[in-house]
Write a protein that binds this ligand. Structure first.
Ligand SMILES: [Fe+2]
Ligand SMILES: [Fe+2]
Length: 277
């Protein structure tokens, strides 16, 4: 795609896919979205894709068949151990780069966009209200230093709880990466912007799954456990399913972001998109 400034590459990061409802709306909407939005690369955070927690090889293949190009994960990465060989073998899926070196998976990936541009994707995990991991800021520096110099377009999925940490990461990387987009809270934020150095930023791109829920799980179950301390099975909810993500336009020669746009697709729009593909 081009605009008046020349060629651009258009990236979409889809936020945490929760269980079957999340996978189904991707299956219905994504091919049409790629056409309508003229997307060059689709990255999905799939840490909740298998029953609300983790990812399986079968679901990895299902997402690929739906048109996903690359996968990031998060704190639930190893909930389904059968994904580990996929993490070791496949070139389009990454672990958080601030995990231990021996944790299964690669610390960055370089994936081809539909228009031929090579895009680096890095996942990082936050440390506030989460399991302790290595410093995400120094991990970002370390991985960026390893990227081949010809790689200009770089997407960072910062999977973290604290909005302040996400803002700090975006400022730390401003001018060095194309986008710092947040995942993990499952709640989309309205703070999307292109920072002074040319990095697109948003605290959280939101969840892809049922919004009539507590972060994707049945309200009654979470409420019962919260009120009584009685453990219940936090089943994936079913109501008000939405696909949420964020689109970033980038200059492939400089890697600078040219624009950022929030995306929210409900089931009605997903069915309309299904007719386009
Ligand atoms: Fe999540
Ligand atoms: Fe998470």
């Amino acid at each position: 795609m081009t605009n008046d400034k020349g060629p651009i590459v258009r990236l979409l990061l889809i936020g945490d896919v929760v269980g079957k409802p999340g996978r189904q709306i991707i299956g219905r909407a994504l091919a049409g979205l790629v056409l309508r939005e003229r997307l060059d690369l689709v990255v999905v955070n799939a840490e909740n894709a298998a029953g609300g927690s983790g990812l399986t090889p079968q679901i990895y293949r299902e997402l690929m068949a739906a048109g996903v190009d690359a996968i990031t994960l998060g704190d639930h990465i190893y909930k389904r151990r059968e994904i580990n060989p996929v993490l070791e073998r496949e070139a389009n899926i990454v672990k958080p780069a601030n995990f231990p070196p021996h944790a299964p998976g690669r610390e960055f990936m370089i994936v081809p966009a539909r228009n031929g541009v090579s895009v680096a994707v890095i996942s990082l995990l936050g440390r506030v209200f989460m399991r302790p991991v290595d410093c995400p800021w120094t991990a970002a520096d370390r991985v960026l230093a390893k990227l081949p110099p010809e790689i200009k377009v770089i997407l960072v999925d910062f999977h973290a709880e604290a909005t302040s940490d996400k803002q700090l990461m975006a400022r730390h990387l401003d001018g060095r990466v194309t986008a710092v987009l947040g995942t993990h809270t499952h709640v989309p934020t309205a703070d999307e912007a292109v920072l002074a150095g040319g990095t697109a930023f948003q605290c959280d791109v939101g969840m892809t799954g049922p919004y009539d829920s507590i972060l994707g799980r049945r309200v009654d179950r979470v409420l019962e456990t919260t009120l009584t301390f009685n453990p219940t099975h936090f089943e994936v909810a079913t109501g008000d399913v939405r696909l949420c993500g964020t689109i970033v336009d980038a200059d492939p020669t400089t890697g600078r972001a040219l624009g950022i746009k929030r995306l929210r697709v409900d089931t009605k729009e997903a069915e309309e998109l299904a007719t386009l593909a």
